[in-house]
Design a protein around this ligand. Structure first.
Ligand SMILES: C[S@@+](CC[C@H](N)C(=O)[O-])C[C@H]1O[C@@H](n2cnc3c(N)ncnc32)[C@H](O)[C@@H]1O
Length: 270
């Protein structure tokens, strides 16, 4: 588990799995609509987790061969079950560590990485390892969030403080919850070419009830609620402040509320 953030890893418990599924289905159009790979191409999905993105990759690229890997055996097993359950035949699964994958150098046409770099202490090394596996002219697609991009109405300082606990915990564990804004410099530092980063803002108001439920409540606020005990135990915040912050996040889901969050999607060439 080299470079892995050991204290805060998505994909391992039931609630987290449900959250990742919600997150994926709500955001499919925003994040995936422009990703499809040509027939016959070999595509590595690095850090597939429980398969929340795998299903979209498989659907959008029916004639590509997707190889989805993860370091967590239970996540790989769950992803496999999920994909087999919906009958896709274009995905194979492997247990593997991004830093030490069993592929020949320059053997893959494309690589896809989503919500993984934010958890790694050495994202540059991860990108470098992945680059070695890509054929010249192959592409890498990276999607990450950035918690610093969160703003909402009504604004609420305590809600920002609760969110900041997540940023701080992830930092203490070696990750970076604000990594979205760094995709260009990271890919550039590793020597990728033609880097194009596009911010993908999720804008939610009460005219979009599916996003209010699927994103503001069940994805973002559920994620922050999930770090309540850890944040209090770590002395980052007291109970009341945290709970008032969560109330502030829920307040944005009322009729006059608005919630915004920006993901960053980068596509670059070797
Ligand atoms: C937040 S989950 C994202 C899963 C999936 N990409 C998604 O978007 O739903 C991060 C995943 O990265 C995996 N991971 C972390 N470090 C890894 C490494 N060194 N090699 C392979 N997978 C890794 C974790 O096991 C976890 O499943």
């Amino acid at each position: 588990m080299r470079s892995m953030n050991k204290k805060y890893v998505h994909g391992y418990d039931l609630r987290e799995n449900i959250r990742l599924q919600d997150q994926a289905s709500t955001l499919v159009e925003l994040l995936h609509s422009d990703t499809s790979y040509p027939a016959g191409s070999q595509v590595l999905e690095a850090g597939c987790g429980v398969g929340a993105q795998t299903i979209n990759l498989a659907r959008n690229s029916p004639h590509a061969h997707i190889i989805s890997i993860d370091i967590s055996e239970s996540s790989v097993a769950e992803a496999k079950k999920k994909i087999e359950g919906v009958g896709f035949k274009n995905v194979s699964f492997q247990l593997g560590d991004i830093f030490n994958l069993a592929f020949e150098p320059e053997s893959l046409d494309h690589i896809f990485v989503c919500f993984v770099l934010e958890h790694l202490t050495q994202p540059l090394d991860a990108l470098d390892s992945l680059k070695n596996l890509l054929k010249v002219s192959g592409t890498i697609t990276v999607i990450e969030g950035d918690h610093g991009s969160t703003y909402f109405y009504p604004d609420n300082d305590l809600a920002h403080r609760a969110i900041q606990c997540q940023v701080e915990l992830q930092k203490r564990a070696g990750g970076n919850a604000n990594i979205g804004r760094e995709l260009y410099p990271l890919l550039n530092a590793v020597g990728f070419n033609s880097i194009q980063v596009s911010p993908r803002m999720v804008y939610v108001d009460s005219s979009k009830p599916q996003l209010v439920e699927g994103f503001t409540k069940n994805t973002f606020t559920a994620m922050i609620e999930g770090i309540r005990e850890t944040s209090i135990e770590a002395g980052l915040i007291d109970k009341n402040t945290f709970d008032e912050g969560i109330k502030g996040l829920y307040r944005t889901t009322e009729t006059d509320g608005v919630f915004c969050y920006t993901f960053f999607k980068a596509i670059a060439t070797k």
